[in-house]
Ligand binder design. Sequence first.
Ligand SMILES: [Zn+2]
Length: 311
Amino acid sequence: MPTAYFNPPECRRHDMGDGHPECPERLAAIDDWLIGSGLSQALDYREARPAELRDVELAHTHGYVAEIGELLRGCAETGGRCAVDPDTSANAHTWSAALHAAGAAVQATDLVIDGGADNAFCAVRPPGHHATRDQSMGFCFFNNVAIAARHALDRRGLKRVAIVDFDVHHGNGTEDIIAGDDRVLMVSLFQHPLYPYSGAVPKGTNMVNVPLPPYTRGAEVREIVEAMWLPALERFKPQMIFVSAGFDAHRDDDLGQLGLVEADYEWITLKVKDVAARHAKGRIVSVLEGGYHLHALSRSVAVHLRALADL
Ligand SMILES: [Zn+2]
């Protein structure tokens, strides 16, 4: 089965203003690279429906979903811009983009569980891993990966799923949602201290948090993955693996100071695939988080996809 690729066009219309690093051009750059390299021909392009509110409420409180929905639908009706936090704002298309991003993650999960694809990648924005149960922050509105993981557990009957997060920033929102939920193991690495300045002390025994000092290079990251992530994943035996695939730990990315390169993303992806092959029937759903250097982002997504797709 080919790797499924979700790239809902609605996600390109969310725009937080000129000069904002989390920009629509990120998705355009990825798509251009996939087409230019010929990789697009090997992927199974899928359309995404918007998530329903009951999907979003798998990971977020009813009160938060009602409140952010009112705000974002208001933006959509007036065409105005509204600020959510100092780094995060919405335009008329944000509500639709956020629902399509979460919807893609949920539909990718169903597709992979139902055997329609071995694995899937969702090229979506807004990203999700900073969105907590009841708060949007750090460019994120809905926690796409946490919603999909809960969908797999609560609705599709899986007993154990893992979340792998290699974004340069700590996935505080995902931790907030799943800490203490022993059906989920989250393994992450992130630069520390760096926004959102959390993660050094895990909030639950189901979290493997690896804070890294600035300028940590790929060779050291690989050693840490071997020593800390992989044994925990092996013990946990996840039935499906979700990836918070942020590519801002790349050496060229200005939002962090880690030193990963494309070969490191390929290596990590192959290690995650090994675990998935042994315990999870190969089931992986990977969802874009950060990654702000457009060229490094596109190249890194491409090697991630090549590894996922066995190309
Ligand atoms: Zn990030």
